[in-house]
Design a protein around this ligand. Structure first.
Ligand code: ZN
Length: 724
């Protein structure tokens, strides 16, 4: 879990933001994955659900395995994930394998009808490997090699490391392909999550050069695409191309952006080598990997999950909150964490076009290493579980069963304490598991309905990091603020990547579209032309895909669609800039935080003007009619309240509706199937909240009738279905 998430703005916006059935067939149907990936259904009435726990038989005395397995079964768990860091035990010396212990662990678990997801161990190479092959270490952004002793200290490109990783994974796969109880695989663990998310070693440099040869075809094309004539960087051989290590001046922006793309590619291809082998060796098993999702942006997750059966990721709301405290000097709004977590869920669901996803690690107690977050308050873990399901999760594994008494993760608390007593969350998690099993297959088979989409573009995230313009400007913070503004209005929202089909949405939000490809511009143009509403903000269309500046007035490829020209762009440091709104989006004057694009309308209606300094009176927010749709440009980095108000106004005018109002701090999320819908009410506050219901419902968790004004207890959850 060692994690360091650096992409955060000092003040995140103060905005909001499985059932599991009794059989495997519905899971297969819901996930849209090929049968029989949930292999070997157990004789238990629960079948193979994915309501489980992460378990470490490698770290637990064998004398306790039977007791643990029995307790897990009594708890209601259906599966475990095991062995993802146990390389040293499985291959104690090169080419010498010992799977006897793992077979005994699997047999013990299976005896109690617990299914097993096996993790391939490439995130934690054993000491013998590091002594024999020291060149496999990663080199960080300062050019310093990492050292063994932690984890995730190896290079994703290194052919020796790839071969050794594939050898141990292949040996595991051959060993367990037909073993009763084993149902699937997790490849590696949290790729890139460590002290250095990028590798800059000589192998990566050579890999980068090969990748560039394939991408650009010729040196001439590469030189032109990057503009290498600048600072005498014209390459006459691919072998001359460096990686962006410290070099006395900033790297070429095109090279730097391509290096982020290459490193993402290298990690995906590292994973895909194991995937190809697993598909061949274990055709009856599912394959996925776990990742932490947003806000980490180091791998293009759409590529990572493209060939996998479903998305799985790890969810640690309390730990995440602690990180925010650590990295921010400002207080964290109570809405920030629920919104950030929901953003992760919506991204996970959208990565495979709405297919249900799995939480491979869900926080169950105190979480962290040197510093750790407190025990979640009573009700929170259950709330987080239902929140994940509300957003489309089909399975939840809690991290972890028993708490390690040794090693770097002694303070990542599990369901059992160090002394094996029950953790404070024990009964609550047991309740959540029982509730999910009781909900019935329909909920799991339902879909999450969204009329709105928010675009997340890795190119933009990477390019803004390379040249933020204002040092404090962060693409991730912008995306998070926009998501928070919309999730606070309780409208369904998908978090899509640029290649997604926009036609399904009434409104598309796309903040800081700094890099804009012709294909993406064409999709946006056609979406607006056809009647959609496109809402964007400053820094639109500034860069080509090779990170050159466009040679046309901004916003470049979308100037006609937006109906404006950017007359000037202004990073804001000390001088304040305000915005006065027109009657169309009437409200209190706004403040711009980090940036102002000064807009010159050429057909667009002005919805807001700057109030200060030399740009006072000039257009700050505009709306253009284009074809049958509308294109809105928000030139200034609006304060959270103003941003929330205007985005919600635009969504309402686009016809996006919420089922009914709920108080601040309560999340309302809807899943639908045909004319049926399930409304999840999630109280993210510690105090009781009242909600007025427009019609009569049944709470599927208690089977109680609900109508009029109802009370939702602190961290309470209701799953409502309209009474017939
Ligand atoms: Zn490397």
């Amino acid at each position: 879990m060692s994690r360091r998430i650096s992409e955060r703005r000092p003040t995140l916006s103060p905005l909001n933001r499985r059932q599991f059935l009794s059989g495997a067939a519905a899971v297969v149907g819901a996930a849209g994955i090929r049968y029989p990936i949930w292999a070997l259904p157990g004789p238990s009435s629960a079948g193979n659900l994915l309501l489980g726990v992460d378990y470490y038989p490698d770290q637990t005395p064998e004398s306790l395995w039977d007791e643990d397995s029995r307790m897990m079964a009594e708890f209601g768990f259906t599966n475990v994930r095991i062995a993802e860091f146990a390389w040293g035990l499985m291959e104690p010396a090169e080419g010498k394998f010992d799977f006897a212990w793992l077979h005994r662990a699997v047999e013990t678990l299976h005896k109690y009808n617990i299914s097993i997801i096996l993790g391939t161990p490439s995130a934690a190479p054993p000491p013998w490997l590091m002594v024999k092959y020291p060149d496999v270490v990663e080199v960080n952004e300062k050019g310093e090699p990492l050292h063994p002793g932690g984890r995730r200290f190896t290079c994703p490109t290194n052919q020796v490391y790839r071969r050794l990783s594939l050898i141990i994974a292949s040996a595991m796969a051959r060993e367990f392909a037909e073993t009763p109880g084993v149902i699937g695989w997790q490849i590696d663990n949290e790729l890139t999550l460590g002290s250095s998310p990028r590798c800059y070693c000589n192998f990566c440099q050579a890999g980068f050069q090969t990748w560039l040869r394939s991408r650009y075809g010729s040196l001439d094309n590469l030189n032109k695409s990057w503009g290498t004539v600048f600072w005498s960087q014209t390459y006459t051989d691919f072998s001359q191309i460096p990686v962006p290590l410290p070099s006395g001046g900033d790297p070429n922006p095109g090279l730097a952006l391509d290096y982020d793309r290459y490193q993402s590619y290298a990690n995906v291809s590292f994973q895909d080598e194991q995937l190809v082998m697993l598909r061949k060796t274990c055709p009856r098993h599912f394959v996925t990997t776990n990742n932490v999702g947003l806000p980490l942006d180091t791998i293009d997750l759409r590529s990572l999950y493209e060939k996998l059966d479903f998305v799985a990721f790890d969810n640690y709301p309390g730990f995440f909150e602690m990180l925010l405290h650590q990295e921010s000097n400002s207080p964290i709004s109570p809405d920030t964490i629920p919104a950030n977590i929901a953003l992760g869920h919506d991204f996970a669901r959208s990565l495979k076009g709405g297919k249900p996803f799995m939480i491979m690690e869900e926080q169950s107690g105190k979480a962290g290493q040197r510093s750790f977050s407190p025990q979640p308050e009573k009700g929170q873990v259950r709330l987080w579980t239902h929140q994940a399901v509300a957003h489309g999760a089909m399975g939840v594994n809690y991290f972890r069963w028993d708490t390690a008494t040794f090693g770097a993760e002694e303070y990542w608390h599990g369901i059992l304490n160090h002394d094996r007593s029950r953790s404070p969350g024990y009964n609550e998690i047991k309740q959540a598991v029982k509730e999910l099993k009781g909900l019935g297959p329909e909920v799991l088979n339902s879909s999450y309905a969204a009329d709105a989409a928010l675009v997340f573009d890795y190119d933009c995230s990477w390019a803004v990091k390379i040249q933020p313009g204002n040092f404090a400007l962060s693409y991730m913070a912008q995306v998070t603020s926009w998501y928070g503004a919309m999730s606070a209005s309780h409208t369904g929202i998908d978090v899509i990547t640029p290649g997604a089909d926009l036609a399904a949405y009434k409104i598309v939000f796309a903040p800081v579209v700094y890099v804009l490809s012709e294909a993406q511009a064409a999709r946006i143009r056609s979406f607006v032309q056809g009647g959609g509403m496109f809402v964007t903000n400053f820094r639109l269309g500034v860069k080509t895909e090779t990170s050159q500046m466009v040679r046309t007035p901004l916003p470049g490829l979308l100037r006609d669609v937006m109906g404006v020209t950017v007359a000037d762009y202004v990073p804001i440091y000390s001088a304040k800039q305000g915005v006065k709104f027109s009657s169309t989006v009437a409200g209190a004057d706004g403040q711009c935080g980090l940036w102002a694009d000064i807009l010159q309308p050429s057909g667009a209606e002005v919805l807001g003007s700057y109030t200060n300094g030399e740009h006072a009176g000039e257009a700050a927010v505009t709306m253009n009619s284009f074809g049958k749709g509308k294109a809105i440009y928000i030139g200034g980095d609006l304060d959270a309240a103003s941003l929330s108000r205007v985005l919600r106004a635009f969504a309402a005018s686009a016809g996006v509706k919420r089922p009914f109002d709920v108080p601040a701090g309560v999340e309302l999320t809807v899943r639908k199937s045909g004319d049926k819908q399930w409304i999840f009410l999630l109280n993210h506050t510690s105090v009781a909240q009242t909600v007025g219901l427009p019609t009569a419902f049944t709470d599927l968790l208690t089977k109680e009738a609900q109508s009029g004004t109802i009370e939702l207890s602190g961290y309470g959850v209701k799953v409502l279905q309209a009474s017939v």
